[in-house]
Design a protein around this ligand. Structure first.
Ligand code: MLT
Length: 248
């Protein structure tokens, strides 16, 4: 069985994900925000390529049941209900709502993993739940691919370190697991930063940009390991929480 890490969707080929269980990571901030929204009762998140698509889909759905969400250059897209800050997704805002989401990197990575057997959205805030799901799949004979969204088509250290944390926990004490070089490099980054995720985010270009844009509070949310223990599954073009109504 294999665990491969892929850095950035531009490197992704259909064979990287075909038939595999795939975890998509965009720690800052899309994958964290998705976990927070689902934990706070959002009915579903629908990832979409563009803000125009969000606007069109919103018109087709029942008004009041839907939230238009997403960012461009970190800020809420014009005329939208929500941006991409996890702090904008409390229960009183998202409960029972379908969130149409378009972000610069995270939703693009989700849309790029067509052909996977299963797709799960991974971050630090749902580490243990998603690890358990991936480990169960691996022990059942599935190969895993961890896709790091990166930032504006570049490698991003926070996604890589988070991928390394997953590789470490998913493969722990299992024998015969093959890691690609990217997965081995990711575990080294995870080990370098350890539990000091704020230090990790402060070294990351996107972390520094978010702090400079006034989103420092988001970094603390994104660093809170296991604070939103949901398993977000992307299936049939929407992300919902794994639970009694959607068992694996
Ligand atoms: C993205 O999906 O592009 C990022 O989450 C950008 C952001 O931090 O808003």
């Amino acid at each position: 069985m294999k665990i491969d890490v892929v850095y950035g969707v531009q490197q992704l080929t259909p064979q990287d994900v075909q038939g595999r269980v795939v975890a998509v990571i965009d720690v800052l901030r899309a994958s964290t925000t998705i976990a927070v929204a689902l934990a706070n009762g959002a009915k579903a998140i629908i990832p979409l390529e563009s803000t125009e698509e969000v606007a069109v889909r919103a018109k087709q759905l029942e008004r009041g049941a839907v939230l238009r969400a997403g960012e461009r250059r970190m800020l809420k897209a014009e005329g939208f209900d929500l941006g991409n800050s996890p702090l904008e997704y409390p229960r009183e805002v998202v409960e029972g709502k379908t969130v149409l989401l378009s972000t610069t990197n995270g939703t693009k990575a989700l849309l790029a993993v067509q052909g996977a057997r299963d797709v799960v959205v991974a971050s630090y805030v749902n580490l243990t739940g998603v690890t358990t799901m991936l480990r169960t799949a691996l022990r059942g004979g599935a190969d895993i691919a961890i896709v790091c969204a990166g930032h504006e088509r570049q490698f991003s250290i926070e996604d890589a370190a988070c991928a390394g944390r997953y590789v470490h926990h998913v493969a722990r004490r299992l024998s015969g697991i093959e890691l690609n070089d990217a997965a081995m490099a990711a575990t080294l980054l995870d080990r370098k930063y350890g539990d000091n995720l704020i230090r990790l985010f402060n070294s990351a270009a996107h972390g520094r940009a978010l702090a400079a844009a006034g989103f420092e509070g988001d970094l603390a949310v994104c660093a809170a390991v296991d604070s939103y223990p949901v398993i977000p599954i992307y299936q049939d073009r929407q992300i919902t929480k794994l639970g009694p109504e959607r068992e694996r």
